[in-house]
Each structure stands twice: as structure tokens, then as C-alpha cells.
Design a protein around this ligand. Structure first.
Ligand code: PEP
Length: 277
């Protein structure tokens, strides 16, 4: 484990993905426990991603703080007959500045309750639809947090890099250099999400460096150097510091552990402690 504080021009991000949890009152109570940690130290960008029903409430609760609000998904059309969908302008209206796209729990076959390797894949996301969503978000100035990552069997059969390269190409292949500067990528190995199995920090760093290298090939070296690459997959208070100390990991996308206020604050502190102000 590297203990040294990193010198990093990339402002790290710690994002909490609340998934399908919390009423508005519960969300407000959680926000109250997190706010003080960020008020005292702004070296890390903190993003809370509640379910749609709590978005604007959380945004109101976060007034007078530097914590950002993100959505967990979006549809790329601006308006129209798309029952059940939420558009980018609606996210703007609710106060969002970030949006997760391509989460592994949203990739899969719509309506088919297939389970693969214990992960949820009930929905319709593909590399192409992730690309549409990224484009729509950037058009309205919302920062996409693009999730990529391999399943356990893809890792087992040596396909990790190939899968991630294809996901990056689908999501970001049409972006120009300026647009690339407004994107965050999260490496989320599917087998580590919600399972308590964390990717070893050095291996997570290797894949995050691979993502940066691929962005360098798809776009340019400067975009790759400036790109913020997060790790997600069972980040907890007891492993965050080691993960965030890695040279190519610029923070975390945190699921389950973001629902516990003191634990999430501990994770934010781990990120704050790992980067020079
Ligand atoms: C996630 O949902 O993006 C995630 C990483 O979940 P967890 O931290 O619970 O593994």
C-alpha cells in the first residue's frame, strides 16, 4: 500500500449511488450527516445520486453546500411519448450536474429477468445507448459518469481489456477533445458490485491506467491525462484509502456504503487525505 499523498491535477470525485433506496425524509437525514465533511474540505468533489423521486429534494437540502447532485440514469430524447423515462432537461430542472450511465445493473435485456453471475441485468442498456445518453447529457452540460467493467466470466476468459475497450468506444467514440474533458469514467468490475469482493487495488489501478491509455488513443494524450477515472465495486471505509492512493484512481463510485452517513464520510476523508490540495 502506498501511503504517500499524491500530487494530482485531477480533482478527485467520490460519488454515492443510492440505487433504489431512501424516502425523501431518509435522504434529507443522510445529507445532514454528509454535509459537514465537505464544508470543511473541498479538495474532493462529492456527488450524491439519489433515486429520481428524491432528486430535487436532495438538491434543495444541499443548497449552501458544494455537494453535487447526480441522477442514476436518463433517456436521451428531450421529451415525448416515452412512458416511464426521464430526460436530460428534466434532470437539469431537478438540479443535477452529474448522471451515471452504463451501470451494470442497467445493462442487459429489457424485460427478460436473466441473472448472470448474480448481478442484475434486467434492463436494456447497450454500448450504443450509453453513447446516446453521453451525447445528450453533454449537450445540456451534465457530466456523465460512464460505467465500464467486465463480468467474472469475461475476466476468467481473458476478455477484460477487450470488453472495456468496446464499452469505451460505444460510450465515448464520437466525442471531441473538449467534450472528453467533461466526462468521468468509473471502472466497475461487475463481479465486485454489491458482492463485498473488491478488486485488488493494484489490479484496479492497472485497469484504470488501461482506460486512460485507451482514451489517449481514442482522443488525445492531454484528455487522457486530465480524465478522472474512478473505481467502483464494494468500496468500503476499510479499503477506500488504499484504493484511492493508487496513481490512476481518482476517487470512487460507492454503492451500498454510501447509504451509511459516517461510513461515507470516512470514504470521503480517505479521498481527501490522499490528494494534495
Ligand atoms: C455501484 O452501485 O456502483 C457500486 C459500486 O455498488 P457497491 O459499492 O455496493 O458495490
Amino acid at each position: 500500500m502506498k501511503e504517500a499523498v499524491k500530487q494530482n491535477m485531477r480533482r478527485p470525485v467520490v460519488a454515492g449511488n443510492w440505487k433504489m433506496n431512501l424516502s425523501r425524509a431518509e435522504a434529507a437525514a443522510l445529507v445532514e450527516t454528509i454535509k459537514p465533511a465537505v464544508t470543511l474540505d473541498e479538495s474532493v468533489e462529492v456527488v450524491l445520486c439519489p433515486p429520481y423521486t428524491a432528486l430535487s429534494h436532495v438538491h434543495d437540502e444541499l443548497r449552501r453546500s458544494n455537494i453535487q447532485v447526480g441522477a442514476q440514469n436518463v433517456f436521451w430524447e428531450r421529451s415525448g411519448a416515452f412512458t416511464g423515462q426521464v430526460s436530460v432537461p428534466m434532470l437539469r430542472d431537478a438540479g443535477c450536474t452529474y448522471c451515471i450511465v452504463g451501470h451494470s445493473e442497467a445493462r442487459g435485456s429489457f424485460g427478460i429477468l436473466e441473472t448472470h453471475e448474480g448481478s442484475l441485468s434486467y434492463f436494456a442498456e447497450t454500448d450504443r445507448t450509453v453513447g446516446y445518453k453521453v451525447r445528450a447529457l453533454l449537450d445540456f452540460g451534465i457530466i456523465p459518469i460512464v460505467c465500464v467493467g467486465e463480468t467474472e466470466s469475461e475476466r476468467g476468459s481473458g476478455q477484460t481489456e477487450g470488453v472495456i475497450d468496446k464499452q469505451l468506444e460505444g460510450a465515448l467514440g464520437t466525442l471531441d477533445e473538449a467534450e472528453m474533458g467533461s466526462v468521468v469514467v468509473a471502472y466497475e468490475p461487475v463481479w465486485a458490485i454489491g458482492t463485498g469482493k473488491t478488486c485488488e487495488s493494484e489490479e484496479a489501478n492497472r485497469i484504470c491506467a488501461f482506460i486512460r491509455e485507451k482514451i489517449g488513443e481514442h482522443a488525445d494524450a492531454e484528455s487522457a491525462e486530465d480524465l478522472r477515472v474512478l473505481y467502483g465495486g464494494s468500496v468500503k471505509p476499510n479499503n477506500a484509502r488504499e484504493l484511492f492512493a493508487q496513481s490512476d484512481i481518482d476517487g470512487g463510485l460507492v454503492g451500498g456504503a454510501s447509504l451509511d452517513g459516517p461510513g461515507f464520510v470516512h470514504i470521503i476523508r480517505a479521498a481527501q487525505g490522499n490528494f494534495l490540495r
